[in-house]
Design a protein around this ligand. Sequence first.
Ligand SMILES: [Zn+2]
Length: 157
Amino acid sequence: MEILIVGLMGYLLYQYSNSTLSSKYSPLSLFQINQNNEIKLAQVNSRLAAKIRQIIALANQEGYLLYIDEAYRTQAVQQEYYARGRTTPGDIITNTLNSKHTQGKAVDLMPVINGIPTNNLAAFDWQLIGKWARQVGGLTWGGNWKSLKDYRHLELP
Ligand SMILES: [Zn+2]
């Protein structure tokens, strides 16, 4: 029980300190990576969760660690993202108010490099996310989108 509460507190702190898309992460232990991934997978559609676990396993086999950045997202947060670059400062980061994230049907994956989950385009071959998704099947990859490509993003069609 104590472990559960400590884990939950850590998660809440973590969520609080990483509530934006361009968040900067501190180095995470393997335990934290696995724990945070599982907490996020528990909040999404179970079919999606199973597919993401397969992708994480495929990545591990090829020597990569994957971290789930965002999974389930509230509509309020989606509205905040949609406003960015339109009615609030920043670049446009989304084209939709109807994200699969708000239905628990999307997950954003990031590679962990030196213990730190990263969005850096140059630090990782992002085509691998698409490759692993094709291997697992039944997923739409944001790297195939025509505008606002999102290499981290996978969703159920
Ligand atoms: Zn996404």
